[in-house]
Design a protein around this ligand. Sequence first.
Ligand SMILES: [Mg+2]
Ligand SMILES: [Zn+2]
Length: 341
Amino acid sequence: MNGCFPVAGLRCLSRVCCTLLRDGPTLPSPSSAAVRLLRTLVETPPADTSLLGNWWWMCQRRWPERLANHPLPGGLLLRPFSLAPSSQDGTKMAEPGTPRFLLVFDFDETIVNENSDDSLLRAAPGQKLPDSLRATYREGFYNEYMQRVFKYLGDEGVKPQDVREVYEDIPLTPGMTDLFQFLNKQSSCFEIILISDANTFGVESSLRATGYRGLFRSIISNPSGPDGHGILVLSPFHSHNCPRCPSNMCKHKVLSEYLRERARDGVHFEHLFYVGDGANDFCPMGLLSGGDVAFPRRGFPMHRLIQEALKAEPPKFRGSMVPWESATEVRGHLQEILKKC
Ligand SMILES: [Mg+2]
Ligand SMILES: [Zn+2]
C-alpha cells in the first residue's frame, strides 16, 4: 500500500493501517479507534514484527497526545518502536539528544524578503537583463532560464564575488533575526534544514552574511558555484514525476527523501514544522499530519493553497496552519509548543 507514510517507500502494516486510514479520520474518538486496532494487533500480531514500528509511528503522528502511555488490555503499554530496523539488522540507533522536531525553511520571500533570483539582477549591467534573454523564459522551465541568466552574467564579466555581495545584501524578512536568535538558543530541540528552489551559492552567501548559517543542518537547493573558468553556473537539483512542481525540484520528494535518510540514521521526529511562502511549498504539505504545523507567510500563495485544501471535503491538509507576517509570530508559536512539551 502506498502513500500512507510520510516516509516514502516504507511498507505498511496493511491490515491495521488500512482500517486506520479508512475509519480514523471520521471517528469521533480516534484514541479508542487506535486502541481497538492495537488490541487486534496484540491478539493477532503480524509475522513480521518490524512492521509494528510502522504502525505505531503512524498512530503517534495522528494522535500524539492521546496515545502517550495509553493502557492496553492485559496491562501492556504502548511502546514506541523504531521505524528503522533494529541495530541488529545493521542500521544505526539514534544518538542521545537527537532533536525532537524537524523545522524546514524555504528561502526566497521566507528567510529573505525578496525573490533572490530577481535580486540577482542588481549584479547585471544596467541592473537589468536584455529583452532577448527575458523572452526565452518558458513556464515550467524556470531553472533552465536561470541557467541562461547565470551564463549571461558570466559572459558580461560579472564575477562570483559581485554576485555574492548581492546575496549578502538582501534584507531578511521582518522578525527573522528574532526567530533565528530563538532557534540558536533552542538548538537541541530543533533540527533545521532549508529547501529552496534558488541556488546553493546564493543561499549559502546570504546565510553566512547573517551569521546564522550554522543553524542549518542541511541546505538543499539547486547546485551552483564557479566553474573551472571562474564563471558561476547553475544546475537542476533533481528530476521527479510530480505533476505539480517545476521540473528541477519537487519539495515533497526532497523532504520525503530527507526523512527517509534520517530514519535510516535512527532519527524519527515527533513533529514537522514548515515555514514557507510559495506555491512550491504547498506540495510537501502532504507530508504533514496531526501535531505538525505549516507556517505560511500571510497572503502568499502557500497560505492561499492551504486555505483551499482545508475547505475541501474531506480536508486535504491534515496539519495545523499558523500564518505569519513577522517571523516573530513563528517564534512565539514554537515557544508555546516547547512549553507544552
Ligand atoms: Mg519562497
Ligand atoms: Zn511536487
